[in-house]
Design a protein around this ligand. Sequence first.
Ligand code: AP5
Ligand code: MG
Length: 213
Amino acid sequence: MKRIVLLGPPGAGKGTQATGISQKYGIPHISTGDIFRANVKEGTPLGKKAKEYMDQGLLVPDSLVCDLVEDRLSQPDCENGYLLDGFPRTVFQAERLDSFLGCASSELCVVDIEVRPEALLPRLTGRRVCIKCGAPYHVLTKPTRVPGVCDICGGLVVQRADDSEETVMNRLKVYDSSTAPLIDYYGDGRLIRIDGEKAPDEVFADITSAVGE
Ligand code: AP5
Ligand code: MG
C-alpha cells in the first residue's frame, strides 16, 4: 500500500515521473491540474470557475479543491493507495488531507522533487503536452518524433494555456508563498528529497529506491 504525494514547484517533473510511479506501484495517478483542465475543456461549472484562477497562475480556492480530492480518494480504485500530483499545495489542503487520512497520515510518502528556480522557467515555456494522453514534451530537451504529434498516442501536442512566460512567473511566486511551506510541514519524517535536475530516468530510480517496494 503506497500513498504518495509528489511535491515540487511548477516544472519540477511531477507529471513526467507520475506515469512510471503509478505503473510501478499499481496505483492511480491523481493530478488536480489534470482534473481542472478536463473540466475547463468540457466547460463544466467547476471548469469555468477554475479557469479564472488558472489563467492568471493563481491557485484555485481550497474550497473548490478539497472536497473534489476527498471524493476521488473515496473511489474503490484508491483502496490500495494512490499517487497525488499537485495536491496538497497549501497548508490548509495538507491539514485536510491529514484529517481525511486519520491514523494513516503518518504513512504518507511525500516526495519533494527539487529543481533550482532558474531551471524552471525554460522547462515550462518550452513544454508541450499531448491533449489526448497528457504526455509532457519539451521543444529542446524532449521533442516529439513528428512535430506536433504525440509519440505515444498520436494525439495533438500543444502548449499549455498557463505556460506563457508571464503566467509562469506568477505560478512560481505562488509556489514560493503558498506551497513551499509544505516542505517544513512534512519535515516530521515524511519528506523524501529528490534531486530533480538529474536525467528523468535517474530521478525515477531515486524516487522508487527512496519510496521502497
Ligand atoms: P498543475 O497542472 O499541477 O501544474 P504545476 O504544479 O504548475 O506543475 P506542472 O504540471 O506545470 O509541472 P510538472 O512538475 O508536472 O512538470 P512536467 O513533468 O510537466 O496545476 C496547474 C494549475 O491548476 C495551478 O496553477 C492551479 O491554478 C490549479 N491547481 C492544480 N492543483 C491545485 C491545488 N491543489 N490547489 C489549487 N489549485 C490547483 O515537466 C515540465 C517540463 O520539464 C517538461 O517539458 C518536461 O519534459 C521537462 N522535464 C521534466 N523532468 C525533467 C528532467 N529531469 N530534466 C529535464 N527536463 C525535465
Ligand atoms: Mg504536471
